[in-house]
Write a protein that binds this ligand. Structure first.
Ligand code: COA
Length: 387
């Protein structure tokens, strides 16, 4: 028998009200709202509220949500002390996964009802940036920078990481990046979170499992690979030959192509303009190199395989983070800073959705292709009889 549905491609597993992708039209919506509108008019905090509560907040709802997020930004000093025991070259995603999981041990909390789950979601969204920034300071032998309650979610993370308050333009660019990465239907990490939540495990446990899924290079790690490629290419003049050589050898160009979008990824459109804007300011070559990677890959794909290919979210986010002077190994943790909002919404939906069909414990079927000795099973020989 041959396994069908490898990787669950195209298999519908649950209803969701949280987000939707139209891969043909290149549209992504969160709770009915086009992400292009959200990047223009919203903030990460408001978008997180929308993802969690299924509607845009009123002014007072947003103020209250913001106040709760700000209050929850601090992490226990003991946790920061424990981070000091880690190897300084440890992968920040490993550290994040461990300390998100550890949050359950620091807070004696109620996990069983929906209302309490919203508090956990706020705690997670607020604390993930502090965990990452604290670790970044500790590993570099720098003083930890406490959260600043006067700063937005985006600005506060950059401040805790660098010790300097970002200018409003940088803050806006980073905020838009957070909005764009906040949710993307049943991607690998979100599905992981939902699957763990379907066992009725609590929110920190589901979120830490999602962080593990995000850490893999086929998922959250691609933007780091894009930046490595840009650094290797180094000059616009070298792009043409570099891409042609790779594609001739059937190698993949990172940041190009998508399993769902059959046209331009809408997130890549926005990020491209942000990268262009930043490069004009910093005079870095990374936007020009990336744009050339895009055009050469498109034309090579057409001429070699007669097929269309478009940039995905990772192509332009790589240069943006690099120009914002964010260390490359924090690209994936930053993805988590944003995506934890989507994970939290999905975990709550998975555990508490009231409308039919109600979520059930995930239990796919496996196709057994292992040893078979007949219906009676293989003969068990005791240790002394085995050769
Ligand atoms: C994301 C990705 C896995 C989606 O792939 P997909 O749409 O399912 O398409 P497939 O993997 O089936 O590839 C289809 C064809 O396009 C080619 N192709 C797809 N993406 C390519 C890329 N980035 N560079 C070069 N060729 C690519 C494949 O080689 C394949 O060619 P073939 O049929 O001659 O073997 C793929 O585009 C990719 O590997 N991209 C690079 C990694 C990346 O940026 N990941 C982040 C995703 S958000």
């Amino acid at each position: 028998m041959e396994t069908k549905n490898i990787g669950l491609r195209g298999i519908e597993v649950a209803d969701t009200r949280i987000s939707n992708i139209d891969g043909e039209k290149g549209k992504l919506i969160y709770r009915g709202f086009d992400i292009l509108d959200l990047t223009k008019y919203s903030t990460f905090e408001e978008t997180a509220y929308l993802l969690l509560y299924d509607d845009l907040p009123t002014k007072s709802q947003l103020d209250e949500f913001n106040a709760k997020l700000i209050e929850a930004r601090f992490i226990p000093k003991q946790m920061q002390k424990n981070m000091g025991n880690w190897r300084k070259d440890a992968d920040p995603m490993d550290m994040l996964q461990a300390f998100v999981s550890a949050l359950a041990g620091y807070y004696d909390e109620e996990f069983s009802n929906k209302e309490a789950s919203y508090d956990k979601a706020i705690n997670l969204i607020a604390k993930v940036p502090t965990i990452i920034a604290s670790w970044h300071r500790i590993r570099n032998g720098l003083e930890i920078v406490d959260p600043d309650s006067s700063l937005s979610h985006a600005a506060n993370f950059l401040y805790m990481m660098t010790g300097e308050k970002p200018d409003p333009e940088v803050e806006k660019i980073f905020d838009v990046c957070l909005i764009l990465h906040a949710d993307h239907t049943f991607n690998a990490s979100t599905f992981t979170a939902r699957q763990v939540a379907s066992t009725r495990a609590h929110m920190y446990s589901a979120a830490s499992a999602a962080i593990g899924a995000l850490s893999g290079e086929l998922h959250g790690g691609a933007n780091t690979e894009v930046m490595k490629m840009l650094l290797e290419i180094d000059e616009v003049e070298k792009v043409d030959a570099w891409i042609k050589e790779k594609m001739k050898n059937n190698e993949r160009i990172m940041g190009m192509g998508h399993a769902v979008y059959k046209t331009y990824d809408p997130r890549a459109q926005v990020l491209k303009e942000l990268s262009r804007k930043l490069a004009e300011k910093t005079k870095d070559p990374w936007f020009d190199i990336t744009e050339k990677v895009e055009t050469v890959t498109i034309s090579e794909m057409k001429s070699q395989k007669g097929r269309d290919i478009y940039p995905n979210v990772d192509l332009y986010s790589a240069s943006i983070y690099y120009m914002l002077k964010i260390p490359m190994d924090l690209n994936t943790p930053i993805f988590a800073i944003s995506r934890v909002a989507g994970w939290s919404a999905h975990i709550i939906e998975e555990k508490f959705a009231e409308a039919a069909p109600k979520p059930a414990l995930y239990r796919p079927k496996a196709v057994y292709v292992g040893k078979y000795c007949g219906p009676q099973g293989c003969e068990y020989k005791t240790l002394d009889l085995r050769k």
